[in-house]
Design a protein around this ligand. Structure first.
Ligand code: NAD
Ligand code: MG
Length: 391
């Protein structure tokens, strides 16, 4: 067995910690080449002490000197770097062959693109990167010649349900008709509409089935997460938007499905535990122990499926509209949503104002071709300013 060398972008987050959990159980298969974090220096220092990466990256100089000091005390000789360009070095200079892209939001875009261009196996959790720059990213993957494995549970499920030849040659004779993305509906699926205005950040982050970072938890509550995932599926699997459907499935057991021409529907089921898609991506095409409890179907009360309520979840139609508009519209959707969610988490706006900010930004910003990284980053910056002004 050849050992894989892994760089984890965002190692201190929910996906990062779960990735290290899988890696820890397979020391003969995986070595950690690089770890990166934003501000959680103590946690990163512990991770470096345990996994001894060649490179560790943090956001700023202060964090870097704190980390260096901690690593000196522990006698760990990991090289410490900081800043956005250092995230790229973690990918290109650490000797890794596989990159877990698990920084949240637009901050993950540039290093994830670097991994694509460098021909790494990219384990893609950072859906925002694909939403902002789907065309460029897929092109970079193609040019780099590496493997792209989706980690988002729905897309990982669809990847598992598609025929193996699918991604290489999208071929009508394979009979793929529709992709069905499942969504739990989040914590407010049944909350009376008149109570939605008073929702607090902690209520929004208390997801019924999954434990995740705060930004994606709010996105799950508004269902913007599913909107971003529709765009993610569009780029990953190359099917027209009309063939990508969303179904509310409160139990989060069926992670997504593919409907075929002959009447078959193939689903992937499992516990709501991200270590399953993470282990799948790390070991593909092999399957390894992920530390996940076996699914017991007889202990499940029921599995149910409904159409999403677009009045309750206005972020979902906004995402569909941005996807349909194409070009930089999804970049605008993503940037405005990041600003609105951050403002909600800081107590600056109410829960119901999140879609209002996103809609205003979509109306204010022109749609142009998303054909260069400079153009995408410029639209992202402008949108953040516009969204902050509305707030
Ligand atoms: P999280 O908030 O728990 O972790 C985010 C990580 O990114 C942390 O390590 C943090 O230090 C780092 N980070 C944040 N801002 C940064 C910046 N400006 N520069 C450098 N590093 C920065 O988030 P998460 O829940 O682990 O999600 C990570 C990504 O995976 C997101 O894009 C999310 O949509 C996606 N995802 C997560 C889950 C899940 O179950 N958590 C499921 C599917 C997809
Ligand atoms: Mg998901």
């Amino acid at each position: 067995m050849t050992i894989k060398h892994i760089a984890i972008l965002g190692s201190t987050g929910s996906i990062g910690v779960n990735t290290l959990d899988v890696i820890r159980a397979h020391p003969n298969r995986f070595k950690v080449a690089a770890l990166t974090a934003g501000k959680q220096i103590d946690r990163l220092a512990q991770q470096c002490a345990e996994f001894k990466p060649a490179i560790a990256v943090v956001s700023d100089a202060d964090g870097a000197s704190r980390l260096e000091k901690l690593l000196l005390e522990k006698k760990i000789n990991t090289q410490v770097l900081y800043g956005p360009q250092a995230l790229v070095s973690a990918v290109t200079d650490s000797g890794c062959d596989t990159v877990m892209a698990a920084i949240v939001g637009a901050a993950g875009l540039v290093p994830t693109l670097a991994a694509a261009k460098a021909g790494k196996r990219v384990l893609l959790a950072n859906k925002e990167a694909l939403v902002m720059s789907g065309n460029l990213f897929m092109q970079a993957m193609k040019e780099g010649g590496g493997e792209l494995l989706p980690i988002d549970s729905e897309h990982n499920a669809i990847f598992q349900c598609l025929p193996p030849q699918f991604s290489k040659t999208p071929n009508p004779s394979l009979g793929v008709e529709e992709l069905w993305l499942t969504a739990s509906g989040g914590p407010f699926r049944n909350t009376p509409l008149e109570q939605l205005g008073g929702i607090t950040p902690d209520q929004a982050c208390a997801h019924p089935n999954w434990v995740m970072g705060r930004k994606i938890s709010v996105d799950s509550a508004t269902m913007m997460n599913k909107g971003l995932e529709v765009i993610e599926a569009f780029w990953l699997f190359g099917l027209p938007l009309e063939k990508i459907k969303v179904l509310i499935h409160p139990q989060s057991v069926v992670h997504s499905m593919v409907r075929y021409r002959d009447g078959s529907v193939i689903a992937q089921l499992g516990q709501p535990d991200m270590r399953t898609p993470i282990a799948y991506g790390l070991a593909w095409p092999e399957r390894i122990e992920a530390g996940v409890a076996p699914l017991s179907l007889t202990q499940l009360a029921a599995l149910s499926f409904n159409e999403p309520d677009l009045i309750r979840f206005p972020c979902l139609p906004l995402a569909f509209a941005a996807a349909k508009a194409g070009g930089t519209a999804p970049t605008v959707l993503n940037a405005a949503n990041e600003i609105a969610v951050a403002a909600f988490l800081d107590g600056g706006i109410s829960y119901l104002h999140i879609p209002v900010v996103v809609e205003k930004a979509l109306n204010a910003m022109p749609v142009v071709n998303a054909d260069s990284i400079e153009c995408i980053l410029e639209i992202d910056t402008q949108t953040r300013k516009v969204a902050r002004d509305f707030i």
